[in-house]
Design a protein around this ligand. Structure first.
Ligand code: PLP
Length: 397
């Protein structure tokens, strides 16, 4: 048989890499029901607690009454409706850029931007730890593709010296599995010095970084000349769905002409854009969400250090606990689950070999008491790890 899927699946299972989807039986929030079990979750990207916010839900409902449910067509035909346009204007303002272009998902925004900007005869340089969608965009573009050492401007500079054609440097803003920030001022300087463009995917920084939630470019005070191509996604801190590219007038017009994942797809439901508009308003105005989140991050890091956990260099809501061994990471995740806590174990190949970890994410919707519950459980379970046999348990990522 040509497609021996059973053999491929068995192989994956034997390598302990088989993935299963936990079934969520409640809305997003700190307290969820998963596979029939009530759990306190620390693994969602709903960093500001907006995914199930009553005002956002009301905006969605009112949007559906006014605009219907379906986008109906692609943006270039008859699918670009007023709410989509308003979201673009709000995003341009939030990020302090001339224009923004709304995409249906972050994956598509990344494929669209990279393939529209570089092709055969050009060069794309990416951080080794970039998100899969950025790597896929680089491969699909047909440009020469090279990875530089993680967050290392010197490694980037040596590759820039060998680059040919139009050169695009691509990095995550906040690295999704480590939580650290890209050194954007240094990366931007290296790129500008050699006439290359810097593209930043700020999926995890938008809403969480910057006084107004404008993300990593607001955090560092960088403009369009430093970061010509800025990507943000709306399914994380914003709590809805979709993504955008923000930049110059010429960039956005070029994407409308040439970005195939923008052109050849139906626009997102206009009611979703209505929900996003409300969510962006809350994200910007309710600064207490970012302040509370920052307090939780401090509380977690202090508590974790007292227990002796190995944290990473992360000032963001992504607070991984480094374990190393995959079986041990799964074991800790399972012990926490037995105590009613859901924290995902992340293993290779999602992270480099020998760097399995528990990826704790915090949200403004968590209370200090809930973070304390997590710390108490970690204090109890973590010391037991060394004595385990490393036996493998069911995985939950
Ligand atoms: C989640 C994520 C994406 C994909 O965004 P979607 O809107 O979920 O498709 C892209 N880049 C990074 C860094 C992400 O974390």
């Amino acid at each position: 048989m040509a497609f021996d899927l059973a053999a491929r699946l068995a192989e994956r299972r034997a390598a302990d890499l088989y993935r299963q989807r936990p079934l969520l039986e409640s809305p997003q929030g700190p307290e969820v029901v998963v596979d029939g079990q009530p759990l306190l979750a620390f693994c969602s990207n709903d960093y500001l607690g907006l995914a199930n916010h009553p005002e956002v839900i009301a905006a969605w409902q009112a949007g559906a009454e006014r605009w219907g449910v379906g986008g109906g067509a692609s943006h270039l035909v008859i699918g670009h409706s007023t709410p989509h346009h308003q979201v673009e204007e709000a995003l341009a303002e939030l990020t302090g850029r001339p224009r923004a272009l709304l995409f249906s998902t972050g994956y598509m925004a990344n494929l669209g931007a990279i393939t529209a900007l570089v092709g055969q005869g050009d060069t794309v340089l990416q951080d080794r730890l970039n998100h899969a969608s950025l790597l896929d965009g680089g491969l699909l573009s047909g440009a020469r593709f090279n990875r530089y050492l993680h967050n290392d401007p010197a490694s980037l500079a040596s590759r820039l010296d060998k680059a040919v054609g139009n050169t695009l440097v691509v990095t995550d803003g906040v690295f999704s599995m480590d939580g650290d920030l890209a050194d954007l001022p240094a990366l931007a300087k290296a790129a500008r010095a050699r006439g290359a463009w810097l593209m930043v995917d700020d999926a995890h920084g938008l809403g969480t970084l910057g006084a107004q939630g404008g993300g990593i470019v607001e955090h560092f005070g960088l403009g369009v000349d430093d970061v010509p191509v800025l990507i943000g996604t709306l399914g994380k801190a914003c709590g809805t769905a979709g993504a955008f590219v923000a930049g110059s007038e010429a960039l956005i017009e070029a994407l409308v002409q040439f970005a195939r994942p923008y052109i050849y797809t139906t626009s997102q439901p206009p009611a979703l854009a209505c929900a996003t508009l409300k969510s962006l308003e809350l994200l910007r105005r309710e600064t207490w969400r970012r302040e509370h989140l920052a307090a939780l991050i401090r509380q977690f890091r202090q508590g974790a250090q007292q227990i002796g956990l190995e944290l990473m260099d992360s000032p963001t809501p992504i607070q991984p606990i480094m374990i190393g061994d995959s079986a041990q990471a799964l074991r800790l995740s399972q012990m926490l689950r037995e105590r009613g806590l859901l924290v995902t174990a992340i293993r290779p190949p999602t992270v480099p070999a020998g760097s399995a970890r528990l990826r704790v994410t915090l949200s403004a919707a968590h209370s200090e008491a809930q973070v304390q519950l997590l710390l108490n459980a970690l204090a109890e379970c973590y010391p037991q790890l060394e004595n385990t046999t490393g036996e493998r348990r069911c995985e939950i990522d």
